[in-house]
Design a protein around this ligand. Structure first.
Ligand SMILES: [Zn+2]
Ligand SMILES: [Zn+2]
Length: 274
């Protein structure tokens, strides 16, 4: 099993997970052209994808989907609630966009639920609800031949369920959105937006990730990839250092060899093979 984070940040998110002959795109938050370009960069022809999973309707996860579907022949795996929200009228979405989205998704959808397992080709997906201000956002583990990769972005706090589902994963792609101090000091964001990001249904901070790594994480993953870093309220090296220090702070009994990797908005990570 292998994966690459094609791009991640407030401007757009997409992850490619491959196992055996199966290739699955998770989220389509960049422009269709950019997603196709990055897939090609990592050696994947977009036409060969077996499925696109949409975790939630926000533009940085689904904004490129409609145009991308013109190039793809595979189905879209999306929950009923997320689909309704995606084709609904929303602020920041052009007037005729909801109808176009509805048209393009017709007969292309495999309806999934954030609480029921599903399978695409040779990969088993095990989704779970995560707390975010979207219709039905979920994280998931993806399993192939006993190896498990977790992907979770856009959530305000780590729940007991999240903690349980991350146990035993060989790799974890997890949001490390902002540094709380940098977010509070950020002069560009209005107060309401800061409150939204900081809330329990907003985004996970470097500090939240650090507490989890130190106190709750089972230490079993070879790789943890930090994702969805804010370009205004975070610094990649601060996020990485914060996670690495947290791993070192685990008692010697709980020490781990986990490697921390950063993902970036403008370029794919190297392939991570498990
Ligand atoms: Zn997002
Ligand atoms: Zn979101």
């Amino acid at each position: 099993m292998k994966f690459t984070v094609l791009g991640s940040g407030s401007s757009g998110n997409a992850v490619l997970i491959c196992a055996g002959q199966t290739r699955v795109l998770v989220d389509a938050g960049m422009s269709a052209k950019e997603i196709v370009r990055r897939l090609a960069l990592v050696g994947c022809d977009a036409a060969t994808l077996d499925g696109v999973i949409i975790t939630h309707e926000h533009g940085d996860h689904a904004g490129g989907l409609r145009v991308l579907l013109k190039t793809l022949s595979c189905p879209v795996y999306i929950s009923g609630e997320t689909r309704e929200a995606y084709i609904g009228d929303r602020e920041g979405v052009a007037r005729d966009e909801p109808r176009k989205r509805d048209d393009v998704l017709r007969d292309r959808t495999e309806e999934i639920s954030s609480s029921h397992d599903f399978r695409i080709g040779e990969i088993d997906f095990h989704p779970f609800t995560i707390p975010h201000d979207a219709a039905d956002n979920f994280g998931f583990t993806a399993r192939h031949e006993g190896v498990c990769v977790a992907t979770l972005m856009d959530f305000g706090h780590i729940t007991t369920l999240v903690n349980e589902r991350l146990r035993g994963c060989a790799a974890i792609i997890i949001e490390s959105n902002h540094s709380r101090d940098m977010l509070k000091a950020c002069s560009v964001y209005p107060w309401e937006l800061k409150q939204r990001i900081l809330s329990r249904t907003g985004h996970l901070s470097n500090e939240d990730v650090a507490v989890w790594l130190r106190d709750e994480y089972d230490g079993g993953a070879e790789h943890i990839v930090l994702a969805h870093l804010s370009q205004r309220a975070n610094n990649p090296y601060v996020a990485k250092l914060s996670a690495e220090v947290a791993l070192q702070e685990r008692g010697s009994l709980f020490s781990t060899d986990t490697k921390i990797t950063l993902s970036f908005p403008k370029e794919p990570t190297p392939w991570i093979e498990l």
